[in-house]
Design a protein around this ligand. Structure first.
Ligand code: NOJ
Length: 764
């Protein structure tokens, strides 16, 4: 039997309650008891076949036990599937999403996703709530930590790599009608692209807030990573909490049933996989202003949300809706009972198809054998360390780095010996004890134990007293007065030849519901930094963070500045490798670093205005009176290595070409140094004359190459006219992608700012 036949025969045998039960997605809950006496509502639901899937189980044993109960409670023996937030690793935590994006290394990203999938699958999980592909240009938004950064092309390639890594080669191929079998190789899980869509564009960077943007921006900036993930075969998608252009995403029929699900012939993506709500997202339609529970449920189902996460509103409201339909003229919304019944069938069909694709209809315990083994931990640790080194971005270096291994260093600051914060946000299955802290990583690598002082709390007293306290800080606080702590730090620093300041933000200060107005380092850390800088000793600053922070003081007064993000279990070891030259810095910013939080949103790809940008203080120009230079402090794509790399002049195979042809842009890159250079050659385009305002620059391709000392290599980019198409969309329904004949400027170089330009003309 094909999957379709299998699912249809099951659906035909189900009653309404069983169908609605399949749409119910529950959390395993804290303190879950997996024995017979579990006194929770989950227990009752399982006994009545009232659960389709569970997320957040913490062990294979617990997943197995729940599966047994579900099978016993289901007349037709329909199994659950299990999901989890495996965002940047499962038990082995890799660097944050934003950090991995800075590696620009798709092979590495794919490998970390595959490893995470294998760990998750060995715990009986079938679906991960990743990749998070929300493009964002706002460093204030806390969830910048999880995502791919500011650029749609980079985000799209990451979406592809992660879906491939999670799902492996077998799963993706199963999308489409007739396939007969389920999950290909074991050790893989279904990906879930999230959060659909424009969750990364909330007003003022406030989490969950709504996005009002042009359809053009939606189509060109926020939707492409979803398109790429679907193209790679992602089996599921999660809706976003926010509204887009006034319609909450959990009720956004035009974007879900339209853009996402409609066939390609109709201008959609033809997605036939599973759409889940976000946590209580259906229920939240009511405070969004879309009506009481029954109306909210009808709208969500109509919009194309198949499963209701945690809220149980589908469970409560759908039985009545299926019998009576809904007629809400004041809300302009009516659906007959028959239509609602058909929609329930459709959602249930998708849930069953998802289970069939995972192989669960053939074997409900697939991948859950007691003998299931996670992949070798040491392999994961080595990968995590490599990933941490590849994702840290070297922003300044006057030649002080790499340090000699015998150097007498003092390691100072709240992250000098920290473990827990290195895991970063959304590391639900990670353990702080798996992290080797920076002081130990340096000692293990160099054989010399660094002098160490803490020197400052992570956040100011005032922060702790105020709202940020709610979010906690995962460090032991030093009860001594600040002056005493700083004096001790300065004394320790005096005794060393080189000072390493380990500064940053706590893992709770970036992530969900963790937006910040200011993107400055906490003042207490700036005071510590000033005291260290005043010593006049060689000063290397390492910043551990979940968002781009403004770095003005640090950048001016540090001899080297390394942006290490929250780097996961191997984070500090990766940093030690970079500081002492055991690895080459190759990270490049996946997001612009602002000078000031109030500049947000910030992007290299902003549309030009009619007035030039100042570059320096001036009036009647685009910019701010109180910001001397409104270019990002460090631009998108920027990052240093230890070997200087030179670029020859770019050349085109032809400077005029018919639009049906391809043109090659070549550029010679040369490693002028004595160490290996890992260079990411970036190609941007601008369209000086178009029907609408086009971004000042837009990344259209990139290539990462490793160059031995003295090596030169010619890099070739194959260019087609299709790369310059752009959307024109007075309304979503009438959107079309078009391209103008004529001049295109191509900018190639090491980052979005430092480029050389050639001109190409398309003849149509
Ligand atoms: C809410 C978050 O927005 C989403 O990313 C996550 O997957 C779910 N909660 C489940 O934990």
């Amino acid at each position: 039997m094909t999957i379709i036949e299998r699912v249809e025969s099951l659906l035909g045998a189900m009653d309404l309650a069983e169908k609605i039960g399949q749409l119910n997605l529950l959390a395993a809950g804290e303190g879950l008891v997996t024995g017979a006496g579990q006194p929770t509502a989950l227990s009752d639901r399982l006994a009545n076949g009232g659960v389709g899937a569970i997320f957040g189980t913490k062990s294979l044993a617990s997943a197995r036990a729940l599966q047994e109960r579900a099978l016993a409670g289901s007349r037709l023996g329909i199994p659950l599937f299990f999901a989890e937030d495996v965002i940047h690793g499962h038990r082995t935590i890799f660097p944050l999403g934003i950090a991995m994006a800075c590696s620009w290394d798709m092979g590495l990203i794919r490998e970390t996703a595959a490893y995470a999938a294998a760990e998750a699958a060995a715990e009986g999980l079938h679906q991960v709530y990743a990749p998070m592909v929300d493009v964002t240009r706002d460093p204030r938004w806390g969830r910048v930590a999880e995502g791919p950064g500011e650029d749609p092309l980079l985000a799209s390639r990451i979406a592809t790599a992660m879906v491939q890594g999670f799902q492996g080669p077998g799963l993706g191929a199963m999308l489409g009608a007739g396939s007969a079998s389920g999950l290909g190789a074991s050790g893989h899980v279904a990906a879930c692209l999230k959060h659909f869509v424009a969750y990364g564009a909330p007003q003022s960077g406030r989490d969950y807030d709504n996005a009002s943007l042009s359809w053009e921006d939606l189509l060109e900036t926020y939707l492409p990573p979803f398109a790429a993930g679907l193209e790679a075969g992602a089996l599921s998608v999660m809706a976003a909490f926010n509204a887009v252009n006034k319609v909450p995403m959990h009720a956004h029929h035009p974007l879900i049933e339209g853009w996402l699900r409609a066939s390609r012939a109709e201008g959609g993506q033809g997605f036939d996989g599973l759409m889940v709500s976000d946590y209580t997202g259906v229920k939240e339609l009511t405070p969004h202003g879309l009506g009481p529970a029954q109306l909210a449920v009808a709208r969500a189902l109509h919009a194309g949300i198949d499963m209701d996460m945690v809220g149980e509103d589908y469970w409560r409201e759908l039985p009545a809706l299926a019998h009576h339909g809904i007629d809400a003229p004041d809300a302009g919304f009516s659906l007959g009972a028959e239509r609602i019944g058909a929609m329930i069938d459709c959602a249930c069909r998708r849930v069953l198809t998802f289970k069939a694709r995972l192989g669960l209809l053939d074997d409900p315990f697939r991948g859950m054998a007691e003998t299931a083994r996670p992949p070798a931990r040491d392999k994961g640790r080595a990968l995590a360390r490599k990933a941490a080194a590849a994702s840290a971005v070297l922003l300044e270096n006057n030649g002080i780095l790499p340090l000699a291994r015998g150097a007498r260093v003092a390691l100072i600051g709240p992250f000098a010996a920290d473990r827990a914060n290195m895991l970063g946000t959304w590391s639900v299955s990670g353990r702080a004890e798996d992290v080797v802290p920076l002081d130990q990583a340096v000692a293990a690598l160099t054989g010399v134990t660094p002098a160490r002082a803490w020197g400052a709390d992570i956040v100011d007293e005032s922060w702790l007293a105020a709202r940020l306290n709610v979010h906690g800080v995962t460090v032991d606080r030093d009860p001594r007065p600040e002056a005493e702590q700083i004096a001790e730090a300065v004394a320790v620093a005096r005794g060393a030849d080189i000072v390493i300041a380990a500064l940053g933000e706590a893992k709770e200060h970036a992530g969900e519901s963790s937006s910040r107005l200011s993107v400055d380092l906490p003042a207490v850390q700036l005071r510590l930094f000033a005291a260290l800088a005043a010593l006049g000793k060689p000063l290397v600053t390492v910043v551990f963070a979940g968002r781009p922070l403004s770095l003005a003081a640090l950048s001016k007064q540090s001899d080297a500045l390394l942006y290490a993000w929250h780097g996961g279990v191997g984070g500090p070891e990766g940093v030690a490798d970079l500081l002492f030259g055991a690895a080459e810095p190759s990270g490049r910013l996946a997001i612009s670093m602002p000078r000031h939080g109030a500049e947000a949103p910030v992007t290299y790809a902003s549309d030009p205005s009619g007035r030039p940008s100042p570059g320096r203080f001036a009036k009647f120009l685009t910019g701010w009176l109180d910001l001397e230079d409104d270019a990002p402090h460090f631009p998108f794509g920027f990052g240093l290595g230890y070997a200087p790399v030179g670029y020859g002049p770019p050349r085109l195979s032809r400077d005029t070409a018919p639009a049906s042809d391809r043109v090659t842009l070549s550029v010679m890159v040369v490693n002028h140094g004595t160490r290996t250079a890992i260079e990411t050659v970036q190609l941007y385009a601008s369209d000086p004359v178009a029907q609408v305002t086009r971004p000042a620059r837009k990344l259209i391709d990139f290539m990462q190459v490793s160059l031995s000392p003295g090596e030169s290599r010619e890099i070739g980019f194959s260019i087609s006219a299709a790369q310059f198409a752009y959307p024109v969309a007075p309304a979503l329904e009438t959107a079309c992608w078009q391209r103008d004949p004529g001049l295109i400027r191509l900018h190639v170089g090491a980052n979005s700012r430092d480029t050389q330009m050639v001109e190409l003309t398309w003849r149509d």
